[in-house]
Design a binder for this molecule. Sequence first.
Ligand SMILES: NC(=O)c1ccc[n+]([C@@H]2O[C@H](COP(=O)([O-])OP(=O)(O)OC[C@H]3O[C@@H](n4cnc5c(N)ncnc54)[C@H](OP(=O)(O)O)[C@@H]3O)[C@@H](O)[C@H]2O)c1
Length: 324
Amino acid sequence: MRAYCCETLGRIADFTLREVPEPCPGPDELRVAVEATALGFVDPLVMRGLYQVKPPVPFVPGGEIVGIIEEVGEGVSSFVPGQRIACWQFGGGLAETAVVAADRAVPVPDGLKPIKASALLLDYLTAYYGLFDRGALRPGQSVLVTGASGGVGSAAVQLASASAAEVVGLASSDEKRAMVAALGASLVIDYRDENWREALKAAFPAGVDRVFDPVGGALFEPSFRSLAKRGRHLVVGFASGDGIPSLPANLPLLKSGELVGVDARYLSESDPARVREILAIVLAMGQSGRIDPPIADVFALEDVREAISCVSASDRLGKVVVTP
Ligand SMILES: NC(=O)c1ccc[n+]([C@@H]2O[C@H](COP(=O)([O-])OP(=O)(O)OC[C@H]3O[C@@H](n4cnc5c(N)ncnc54)[C@H](OP(=O)(O)O)[C@@H]3O)[C@@H](O)[C@H]2O)c1
């Protein structure tokens, strides 16, 4: 079978598509024929060896996987060959066949296409866990989403809006702001305007209840300052690339506010059952049409280098998916 892999992390150019032996599922594992693998912000970072966790090599990138089970390993009773499953794990998806842990897999509901299902995994898991588990967001509350056109941000816009929260998005270009509005935000602000907080204050004079923040950087402190009393700022990521921001400790005191971390990887290590619950919820929402992940482009496995470039393109609108 073909897999896109490399023996050393560091240079994306060193990853190549090559013939490798068919993987065998071990105990509690599944072998799946991959149908679609979505890529995100983290994948090029892992390939470059710049992510906080370094996977063992040889490494096959792509952890947002949808496929059909070909074989179940010893001890697996919850799945049978022929079922379509989705899972998020650290890699393995940029290949014709992947081995996944059965306790990370969930069935894909009938009628939900593999490409769409693959786009509903890490970003929607992170957004759901952030907004509802860590953020305790309730209907009628307001949430400011930074990076609202990105993978995690657009998932947060859709999920918050579907739960009857009022969503404000921050995004740069006209095209991105139009997309964020179409995803459910009632207000979308160009954060490049230095007076962006004035537009937010005009709509929410007492502040917003939650900030969902995958960007950090220069938006971090002004976003926290935009919270209402007893508000909660959800720290999701640092897509701005401006390093790790800090916050004067008097601000949480003045707001009676909270700064709360959101880490999907920790959730998946500590509570795989909750990951399965959340994935089942978002896949069901995708099947019913309550949410619809935007797809930027779909690439064949032969064109995976273009797919990786597309992930890093600043004008990308939606998720990048690879199909074998
Ligand atoms: N905590 C977790 O469990 C978890 C899980 C997944 C991802 N993440 C992290 O979340 C972050 C975002 O991931 P993603 O997949 O959503 O990335 P993405 O699809 O590339 O989106 C990032 C968004 O950030 C915005 N942005 C970039 N630089 C900015 C700046 N200087 N100021 C304001 N906005 C800026 C961009 O929109 P504009 O063009 O509008 O600027 C872009 O749409 C990453 O740091 C990733 O590692 C965390």
